[in-house]
Design a protein around this ligand. Structure first.
Ligand code: 6PG
Length: 465
């Protein structure tokens, strides 16, 4: 018989997804650019091998699929994806769907969807989160594309997705680039949450002289409460490891220069382009960039001094500050999603996005259940931080964030994400801010004009009389 779905690209993620589908009882056509080891891959699948249909060529792979066809491509998302589309499109028929399951720039996804639509073909940009384990046993998936494609895909994706209680963490979130953009913002939030965790680690380690193992135990204890999340859990775990070669904590032998593949940056660029500013995510992207200038930092420490003062922060204050920062981070992320939803007319359902993130993905946390609930309630101005439940949490926890930021700043500790959180909060809670001065300056030097409080129209200052 023919396969229900095809998976092209049997790297870490592709092979894990194919095995997950096979395990859920679907017949899966599989192939890869190099084909010599596909036989071994199928043999190693043991009892799942019967569900896997290996193919040596793209032609056979396409021919081995039920029509209308659905093919998931797990290959690098840039030029290789364009090259692949060029190669596969002539083999397809109207109504077939090509899925890009990589971390793609949603602009590329929109362009590809449009070009393929002209040929009657469907292109789905699908964000897949959860790493290899997630892909194998239950990822979170963010699907963008046509209703037709969703109809074709829904059963397979619901079967392989992570589950939160009984709810599969996958949904059709909007047309063309919507799925990939939501995944991009997921990663932006991931960057900021990771950075906040790293900053709290730094305050405890350098400011309070706690050992990595002690800090790990603290994170593990936080993972029992309202901060429970995958990133807190793994940080608690990884801080407990010792390097076999040196006997030091593993984190102490790791070079402090962070990599990044682009999704965090795309979130920031996308936000700025839409007149938004996800400053915590930008801080996290910037912190990774600065971290990789290791030589400059060593020289600067020599020249300018690298001292960091001791801090008198207790764990409860840090816990509250973390909660405040995490809420503000999600608030910024969802604000960017709303901007994109308006700009591209996606009609994103924020509550559903939060639900799709509740299990399987890297940013899964207990907070997402409250976020989904908040979006289903009455939300002033669509802003998460104004929802009654989050406004209450912020009122309670921001004083701790303020104390942490203040102490850290005086002590010379770098806390770009925590301070960005507080700066955004303080900017947004001022009903009357300082932009009147900006407007006066713009009018003074350039006759740009300003609006007057409570009056329609454009005015100029007496400096022009
Ligand atoms: C996920 C992750 C995953 C990966 C990204 C971010 O949701 O499973 O976000 O997609 O970690 O590639 O990676 P960088 O930190 O390398 O940019």
């Amino acid at each position: 018989g023919k396969a229900q779905i095809g998976v092209y690209g049997l790297g870490t993620m592709g092979s894990a997804l194919a095995l997950n589908m096979a395990e859920k009882g679907f017949a899966v056509a599989v192939t890869n650019r190099e084909t010599d080891w596909i036989g071994d891959f199928v043999d190693e699948a043991g009892p799942l091998a019967a569900q896997l249909h290996p193919h040596e060529s793209l032609q056979d792979f396409v021919a081995g699929l039920k029509t209308p066809r659905v093919m998931l491509f797990m290959i690098p998302s840039g030029e290789p994806m364009d090259a692949m589309i060029e190669e596969v499109a002539p083999l397809l028929d109207e109504g077939d769907t090509i899925i890009d399951g990589g971390n793609a720039d949603f602009h590329d996804t929109r362009r590809r969807a449009q070009a393929l639509a002209e040929k009657g073909l469907h292109f789905v940009g699908m964000g897949v989160s959860g790493g290899e384990q997630g892909a194998r046993h239950g990822p979170s998936m963010m699907v963008g594309g046509s209703a037709h494609s969703w109809e074709q895909l829904r059963d397979v994706l619901r079967a392989i997705a992570a589950r939160y209680e009984d709810d599969p963490c996958v949904d059709h979130l909007g047309p063309d680039g919507a799925g990939h953009f939501v995944k991009t913002v997921h990663n932006g939030i991931e960057y900021a949450d990771m950075q906040v965790i790293a900053e709290i680690y730094g305050l405890l380690h350098y400011g309070c002289v706690w050992s990595p193992a002690q800090i790990g135990a603290l994170f593990s204890s936080w993972n029992e409460g309202p901060l429970k999340s995958y990133l807190v859990e793994i940080t608690g775990e990884l801080l407990a490891y010792t390097d076999p070669a040196t006997g030091h904590p593993v984190v102490d032998v790791i070079l402090d220069a962070a990599g990044q593949k682009g999704t965090g940056r795309w979130t920031v660029v996308g936000a700025v382009r839409m007149g938004q500013a996800a400053t915590m995510i930008e801080a996290a992207v910037g912190a990774r960039a600065w971290s990789s200038e290791k030589d400059t930092r060593i020289k600067a420490q020599d020249l300018l001094g690298g001292e960091r003062g001791l801090l008198s922060l207790d764990e409860d204050i840090l816990k509250e500050a973390f909660m405040a920062a995490r809420v503000l981070c999600y608030a910024q992320g969802f604000r960017v999603l709303e901007a994109a939803s308006q700009e591209y007319e996606w009609q994103l359902d924020h509550a559903r996005i939060a639900e799709v993130w509740r299990a399987g993905c890297i940013i899964r946390s207990v907070l997402l259940d409250d976020i989904a609930a908040a979006f289903r309630e009455d939300l002033p101005h669509g802003q998460l931080f104004l929802s009654p439940r989050f406004a209450e949490i912020l009122k309670r926890t921001v004083p701790a964030l303020r104390k942490v930021v203040a102490e850290a700043v005086v002590g010379g500790h770098a806390i770009p994400a925590l301070s960005a959180a507080l700066q955004w909060y303080d900017s947004m809670r001022q009903g009357y801010g300082t932009a009147n001065i900006i407007q006066a300056q713009r009018d003074f030097f350039g006759y740009h004009g300003f609006a007057r409080l409570g009056q329609e129209g454009k005015f100029h200052g007496p400096w022009w009389d």
